[in-house]
Design a protein around this ligand. Sequence first.
Ligand SMILES: [Zn+2]
Length: 256
Amino acid sequence: MSVITLESAIGVKMIIDKKEWRLPKPVSNRPGYDMEYYRVYLGNYFGNMNIKKFLDNEKLYDSLLIMRKEESPIQWELRVKTTLQSLLSQKEYSIYHTFCLFAGYGEVEFDKSYHEYYRSKIHKNNLAICFRCWKPFQVNEIKPTKSYHHVWHKFIELIEVKDMMQRHWDQECSDPLSDLGRARVKQQAFDKFKENDPIGVYCNKLRPSLNKYQDSVRDEPHSSTPNILFISSRYAKQPKGTALRLRDGTVIMISN
Ligand SMILES: [Zn+2]
């Protein structure tokens, strides 16, 4: 039997189903926050996982989640960022702090054993530090989504860790993991590039891909100035001064 790693447990979704006896009953709408849920879930479905390692990692991350008095969110981020980066680079993952470090308050009882450990309370301002852009942000409130469970043949309610990141990824993050967020970052980079390109170097470089747009402009009855090419009368049958219009709107002028 293969050993179940901590990494494979990270994607565990919180399933809310009061009738399903195999599932623990969560008390919080935050995956991973509810230690009791994870203890029971991992015990049921990840029986041979290294439970001590799981708890050690959670404690490591939890040791950073308290914002000190008089500390601003940015100062908190600067204080914990290097430690977080080193944990992530060594693949020492936390199940609760999967994509960000959630702010907490109160006491964290690090001396407690696996069955007694509870993390500190969630900070009222819902603040967190994103592991992608390393900026503090406010976590969005989440509601469970309905999903069909193919083994149980019924609809269940689910909460995934990434649900809490959705708004930040979509609207703010500079290195998001959501499709909408990625599209926004691309668009912003493109807009910025255009702003810094007043002489239109970019447009000249990409002329072929812009032809479609130019053609559509030319097709309009009152389009702007057409492209004009001048050809010497020595190379044309038509007399000097003749103007020929091509189908794409380009005008060929026979000159001297
Ligand atoms: Zn971010």
